[in-house]
Design a protein. Structure first.
Length: 357
C-alpha cells in the first residue's frame, strides 16, 4: 500500500485498525449505532452526566445546553450527538469544521436551523477563525450579524436565530480557544474502552449482524481492538468473513486469531505499519533515539503518517517514547517483538534510563 498520496485521515481509514471511518464503516455504523442512552455501552460517567442535562432540559421545556465532546476517533462522539437529538425529539444537522471555511458558510447553516434543532459540528477545532468568531455570538445570544456590502459602506444586519443546541466534537481539545470552549454548557472527554466493555459492544453488534460468536471469540477480538468500538466492529466484520469462508460461521477464539493473523493484526492490536515502525527503531537504530524524519524514511512512510497515525497508539501502549533527542523504544517493545535489547549502552543512545543501566 502506498501512503504517500493520502492524507493522515485517509491513511487511518485505509488501515483495518484505523479509527477513521471509511465509506463502508459509515454505512454499517448507521445500522449498529445505539438509538438512546440506555443502549449506549461504556462511557458511564459521560452517560450519567449527559442524561441529567437532557432530562433537566426536557423538564423545563427548553433546548439543551451546548455540548462539547472530545476524545480519539471511533469512541462514539457522533453517536452521542444523534442520541442527544433523539432524546430531545429534535432534528439534527451534521457538518464539520473543515467544511466551514468562511463566516458566510456558517451563517447559511445557522439561519436555516429550526427551533430546538441539534447542530453537530465535527472536528470543530478545524473551523476557520472568522466562522469561529461568528459562532461565539450565535451560541451565547442566538444572533449573528450578517455583513452587507463592502468597504466603508458595509453595514451589519442582526439576524435573530431560533434556540438550538450545538454539539461540537474534537479530537484535539487543546486547539480550541478558551472563548469557544467556555460557551459550552457541558463538556465531556471520551475515554478508551476496556476489554469487558468492548466485548459487550462486539456481542451487541454480532446480534445485529446475525453473527454467531462465543465468549472467548469476542474476547479475542476485543483484545486487539485498541480500546475503540469502531475498530472492534470493523474487526468483527472481517472475522465474520473468514468464519463464513474458512469455517462453519461460528467465531471461536481459534477462528478469530486465525482471521486476524491473515489481516496482520497481532494480539495487542498492532498492524503492519505499527510493527514496521517498531522493527525499524529496534533493528536499524538499536532502539533509538532517532529523529522522526529518519524513522519515517526507514519505513517508507510520510513523516506525518508516522507521527499522527502510528505513534499515538504505540506511545499509549508503552512501546515507544518521545524524548527531546528523538524516538526511543521501551523494554516492552523489545519483548513484544521477541528481541533482546543491547547489553551495552556505551554508545550513548539515550536508553540508559529506560533499561536501568
Amino acid at each position: 500500500m502506498n501512503w504517500d498520496d493520502t492524507t493522515d485521515a485517509e491513511a487511518a481509514a485505509e488501515r483495518l485498525v484505523g479509527a477513521v471511518a471509511d465509506g463502508e464503516d459509515q454505512a454499517v455504523e448507521a445500522a449498529l449505532r445505539p438509538k438512546d442512552l440506555g443502549e449506549f455501552i461504556g462511557q458511564e460517567k459521560v452517560r450519567e452526566q449527559l442524561d441529567l442535562v437532557l432530562r433537566a432540559a426536557r423538564a423545563r421545556g427548553a433546548t439543551a445546553d451546548h455540548v462539547l465532546l472530545s476524545g480519539a476517533p471511533g469512541l462514539g462522539k457522533t453517536t452521542l450527538s444523534m442520541i442527544i437529538a433523539a432524546e430531545m425529539e429534535a432534528p439534527i444537522r451534521i457538518t464539520s469544521g473543515p467544511a466551514i471555511q468562511h463566516a458566510g458558510d456558517l451563517a447559511a447553516i445557522l439561519s436555516s436551523l429550526q427551533e430546538g434543532e441539534v447542530l453537530f459540528l465535527d472536528e470543530i477545532h478545524r473551523m476557520s477563525r472568522p466562522a469561529e468568531e461568528m459562532l461565539y455570538m450565535a451560541m451565547e445570544d442566538f444572533r449573528v450579524d450578517v455583513i452587507v456590502g463592502k468597504g466603508p459602506g458595509a453595514t451589519a444586519i442582526p439576524l435573530e436565530l431560533p434556540p438550538f443546541t450545538l454539539v461540537g466534537a474534537t479530537t484535539r481539545a487543546g486547539l480550541l480557544p478558551p472563548p469557544l470552549r467556555d460557551r459550552f454548557g457541558f463538556t465531556a472527554h471520551m475515554e478508551f474502552y476496556g476489554p469487558a466493555e468492548l466485548e459487550r459492544v462486539i456481542h451487541r453488534s454480532a446480534g445485529l449482524l446475525d453473527v454467531q460468536i462465543d465468549t472467548v471469540g469476542a474476547a479475542e477480538i476485543a483484545g486487539r481492538s485498541r480500546g475503540t468500538p469502531r475498530i472492534a466492529n470493523r474487526l468483527l466484520r472481517r472475522v465474520r468473513d473468514y468464519a463464513q469462508v474458512k469455517a462453519d460461521g461460528l467465531i471461536t477464539q481459534e477462528i478469530a486469531a486465525a482471521a486476524l493473523a491473515v489481516y496482520e493484526v497481532d494480539e495487542r492490536g498492532l498492524d503492519r505499519l505499527d510493527r514496521g515502525v517498531l522493527e525499524a527503531l529496534l533493528k536499524l537504530f538499536g532502539g533509538g533515539p532517532v529523529g522522526l524524519s529518519t524513522l519515517a524514511v526507514a519505513v517508507g512512510e510520510e513523516r506525518e503518517t508516522v507521527e499522527e497515525v502510528a505513534e499515538p497508539f504505540l506511545v499509549r501502549e508503552g512501546l515507544l517514547a518521545r524524548t527531546p533527542r528523538g524516538r526511543v523504544a521501551t523494554p516492552a517493545a523489545w519483548a513484544h517483538l521477541g528481541l533482546t535489547p543491547p547489553r551495552s549502552q556505551g554508545s550513548g543512545n539515550g536508553q540508559q534510563d529506560l533499561f536501568g543501566a
